[in-house]
Structure formats: C-alpha cells, structure tokens
Write a protein that binds this ligand. Structure first.
Ligand code: ADP
Ligand code: ADP
Length: 221
C-alpha cells in the first residue's frame, strides 16, 4: 500500500492537533513518525486508520481517497493496548483475529505459525495473566499482523519491551517489509529509526518540521 496524507487538519475543542500535515509513505517501506509527546503523532495515525475523521485534508491509499474497506487491510497496534487477563492466550488471539475478519479455522492455522515463530506455542492454553509482559506484547504483535494486512501501523511499538524482544519485533518488521508490507511506526527510540526506517517525518507542535529519507537526513544534519 502506498499511503499519503494531504494537508490534514484536526482541531480538538481548544487544541489544533494537526495543522496541515502531509506525509508520503511509499509501498514496501518503513516510515517513522518522530516527535515529542503531544506533537500529534497518534492523531495522525488515528486519521490514517479512519478511527478519527480529519476536519479537512485527505488520506490517499494507492492514490485514491481511503475507503471504509481499507480498514481490513490495515493492522494497527495502538499505544494503549491491553489483553483480557482472564482469557486463555489462544482463545484471545483467535478472538482478535476474528475481529479482523479471519474465520476461526484460518485464525487457528495462522496462529499456529506465529506462536511457533515467537516460541510461545506452549502458552496457548494458559491464561493471559500468566504471561510475562514481553510475551503479552508478542501476542499483541501477532494480533496486529495475523490477517496479513498490507499496511501495518505501530504506535510506540518498543515501549516497555526488553532489548531481546524489541530486537525480535524489529526483525519481524524487516521481514514483513521484505514481503512488501508498508509500515508506519511512531517512536522515541532513535536507534530503531536508524536500523529500521527508510523515511521519517519529524512532527512538532502539530506540523511536519522535517521529512525525508533517513539517509539524506543523516547526511545533511
Ligand atoms: P502524540 O501522539 O504525538 O503524543 P497526540 O496526537 O496523542 O500526540 O495528541 C496531540 C494533542 O492533541 C495533545 O495535546 C493531546 O492532548 C490532544 N488530544 C489528543 N486527543 C484528544 C482528544 N480526543 N480531545 C482533545 N484533545 C486531544
Ligand atoms: P476450542 O476449539 O474449544 O475453542 P481452543 O480454542 O482452546 O479450543 O483451541 C483448540 C484449537 O487450537 C485446536 O484446533 C488446535 O489445533 C489449536 N491449537 C492448540 N495448540 C495450539 C498452539 N500451540 N498454537 C496454535 N494452535 C493451537
């Protein structure tokens, strides 16, 4: 998926959260949204995912205005994420996969692959609350990508991750990119920008103040 936002404006009651934001995310690349807390990153993500409507401006998917159906082709991991603590891990993951449009049979088949890849297959019938934080994050990651969407959006994906799990998630993102997926992530983690992102936009006070390829920006700054 090729994603563009054009002059997106979003005003909350007394706060202009986005003041004409245009970004350009080529297919099969990783795009980093950087900026301080309150800059507007999550608001932009929520507009791209159609959770929030912009006041003006547009989101284009593959060159045409985004449509309701595009939502099924997006995997979105919000910053505030939680799992129901009393549910069994496998049941929970199947439930989330079904919300994303998979049949139960497909969900089970896909989960088998992902749980093995992430080495958590033994935890399938345990309760969520028995999992470590890192394992819960793996389940959340899996639930974001399980329906094989073309666009993946992660809000602060590395916050709270220990270095080993963060590395694993990073490698998964690179593998998904190699498959042709488009990835947008917001992050404070400069190291992940260097190793993961092709392009970035730096957002400050509701506006893009810098945008370009990590290569060019590193050379010029
Ligand atoms: P970031 O993700 O960069 O931290 P956000 O997009 O979450 O920034 O928030 C941008 C600004 O908009 C912040 O000042 C925040 O307090 C405000 N804001 C976000 N959501 C709402 C909302 N639903 N109502 C009012 N203000 C909001
Ligand atoms: P139910 O069918 O009663 O909802 P569960 O959802 O608990 O049962 O899980 C049973 C299904 O989960 C079986 O189809 C089985 O193939 C699958 N399953 C069992 N263990 C795993 C695992 N480690 N990874 C993925 N799928 C598994």
């Amino acid at each position: 998926m090729y994603v563009e936002t054009i002059n997106v404006v979003k005003q909350y009651a007394n706060h202009l959260a986005l003041n004409g934001v245009s970004i350009n995310v080529p297919r099969g690349t990783v795009f980093g949204l950087l900026g301080p807390n309150g800059a507007g990153k999550t608001t932009l993500i929520r507009i791209i995912t159609r959770i929030t409507a912009p006041d003006s401006g547009e989101v284009l998917i593959d060159g045409r205005p985004s449509r309701r159906e595009d939502v099924y082709n997006i995997g979105y991991l919000p910053e505030e994420r939680g799992l129901y603590r009393k549910m069994k891990v496998g049941e929970h993951a199947i439930y989330l996969a079904q919300l994303r449009g998979l049949s139960k049979a497909d969900a089970r088949r896909e989960l088998m692959v992902w749980f093995q890849r992430f080495d958590i297959a033994n935890w399938y019938n345990r309760k969520v609350e028995e999992l470590s934080k890192g394992m819960q994050q793996k389940v959340q990651f899996i639930s974001t990508v399980i329906h094989n969407p073309d666009l993946l959006i992660f809000d602060e994906p590395f916050s709270g991750f220990d270095p080993v799990n963060a590395e694993m998630i990073k490698n998964e993102m690179l593998r998904l990119k190699a498959e042709g997926k488009t990835i947008i992530l917001s992050t404070h983690n400069m190291e992940s920008v260097e190793t993961l992102c092709d392009n970035i936009a730096l957002i400050n006070r509701s506006e893009v103040v810098l945008q370009g390829s990590v290569f060019d920006i590193r050379r010029e700054h």
